[in-house]
Ligand binder design. Structure first.
Ligand code: XIL
Length: 460
């Protein structure tokens, strides 16, 4: 449909206010609003990141719909993390000839390189996961580490972190330095012991050291401790984690935050008290000066235990927490499409935990997140803005609103009538606002002299 014309005329002006001040000029040209204006990330307030884990079965793989996969990533997300490509199991998949004298050439960095290029080309933040994890070690590591002294264990770990963090310096903005170091005992948790790094006589000293090594290699990277079952206080693991990171902060260990994995079961773990608990936990970490990010969110549906509608509501509530809490700057999903999720292989009778279906179609959960992000951007709009002329010129098929002035205005922002921002253009002189759906909009015009005016316009 074409733009509405409240006052039809040969030239139809959107902004009579401007006409008082400014001289008409030609030629007119269009400033189109293109790209991924409608993806999830376009609704984020500044300073917030929404993201996904990237699975390299699909990413950069033309035979597996790689282009569709990447287009969704580019449209919706402004932070990504590799699901497996940055893990030691990938980076040191091949046994180094001398593991205690690691060289950069021992590291398998081809997938790391691809993600660095992809994120740099698309202005996406890159998160690193992880340096140290007890699970999925390279096939050779457990037996090799069993032969090492404690000093050798530290030496290997230092070399590994220093090489990888150094290689990614400035490109990977944040790291899970240590993943899942606390065991699963719900009542008396402790550091995990059955692992390649159990030679460390003090697990805490080992954990601290990993943070120091990472910080020395890239002082600007944000460093996280990441775990599951720390999201709610029902698991005593949370108390253990809080005491651990408080102690690290007190001693000046360079830790910037805690990652909550948030692998939840839809309909089971996500009733209201869980959301309250998440808020309380984020506040406790904020008092310590720490971030608390959501790093691996998914909401699996097990049997008939939930529905996509219930799941959508849960995603919406978690999104609200992410938006409300200033120390929660990122919310990453553990993948975005059910076609590529760890859930069916790791949780029997469970599936469908993500926001796009197998055919890359958005699910109710997608819309729920989007709605929540949109409403967070709501701006207070004046009730009494004059209705302005909106028009089409010179070609009815161009579908643009017009501003006519002899000089640029600083910024034009289009809102819907709920105050949600639709688009912004800066230093604009002529046409703007292509590709808008039918309906009424509020346009805010900011002039270089500081004046602001609002006009209500309609596209029909
Ligand atoms: C999982 C991946 O999704 C799987 O593909 C892989 O086989 C095993 O690891 N917590 C974490 C993630 O920190 O690294 C795990 O990822 C999921 C649980």
């Amino acid at each position: 449909m074409l733009l509405a014309c409240k006052d039809q005329g040969e030239f139809i002006y959107i902004i009579p206010y401007l006409m008082k001040k400014l001289v008409l000029i030609l030629p007119l040209f269009f400033i189109s609003i293109t790209g991924d204006a409608q993806g999830l990330k376009s609704f984020l307030p500044s300073g917030k990141y929404i993201g996904t884990a990237i699975n390299d079965t699909y990413f950069d793989n033309p035979s597996a719909n790689g282009a569709d996969y990447e287009n969704i990533v580019k449209a919706d997300f402004n932070v990504v993390v590799a699901e497996n490509a940055f893990k030691m199991s990938t980076i040191l998949a091949t046994k180094p000839s001398d593991p205690l004298n690691l060289k950069l050439s021992d590291l398998n960095l081809s997938k790391v390189d691809k993600l660095i290029t992809f994120t740099q080309n698309n202005n996406i933040r890159l998160r690193g996961h992880n340096f140290v994890w007890y699970s999925y070690p390279p096939y050779w590591l457990n037996s090799e580490a069993a032969k090492w002294s404690e000093v050798q264990l530290y030496s290997f770990t230092k070399q590994y972190i220093t090489l990888l963090a150094g290689y990614c310096k400035g490109k990977v903005k944040e790291w899970d330095v240590v993943n899942e170091a606390i065991d699963d005992d719900a009542t008396t948790p402790a550091y995990r012991s059955i692992t390649w790094y159990s030679k460390a006589s003090s697990a805490q000293t080992f954990i601290d050291s990993c943070f120091y090594y990472a910080h020395a290699a890239d002082p600007d990277a944000e460093l996280f401790y990441n775990d599951y079952s720390i999201e709610i206080s029902y698991f005593k693991k949370q108390d253990f984690m809080l005491a651990m990171v408080q102690d690290m902060v007190n001693r000046g260990v360079p830790i910037n935050g805690v990652g909550l994995q948030c692998h939840f079961e839809s309909g089971a773990n996500t009733n209201d008290w869980v959301y309250n608990e998440l808020r309380i936990l984020m506040d406790k970490l904020a008092v310590m000066g720490l971030k608390c990010n959501i790093t691996e969110l998914d909401l699996r549906i097990c049997g008939s235990g939930s529905s996509s509608v219930e799941q959508a509501d849960e995603y919406k509530k978690i999104t609200k927490i992410f938006l409300d809490k200033s120390n929660c700057t990122s919310m990453l999903l553990w993948g975005f499409t059910d076609k590529s999720s760890w859930i069916p292989s790791f949780f029997s009778n469970c599936d469908d935990g993500l926001i796009y279906d197998d055919a890359y179609q958005p699910k109710p959960a997608y819309t729920a997140i989007k709605d929540e992000l949109e409403s967070s951007n709501a701006v207070e709009l004046p009730d009494n803005a004059a209705e302005a002329n909106a028009g089409v010129y010179p070609n009815p098929s161009s579908q643009s609103f017009f501003l006519r002035s002899s000089a640029d205005v600083k910024q034009i922002t289009i809102f819907n009538l709920q105050g949600k921002e639709i688009s912004v253009v800066e230093n604009v002189k002529e046409g703007f606002g292509e590709n808008l759906a039918e309906g009424f909009y509020m346009v805010k015009i900011q002039y270089f002299n500081g004046d602001i005016s609002f006009q209500k316009i309609e596209k029909m």
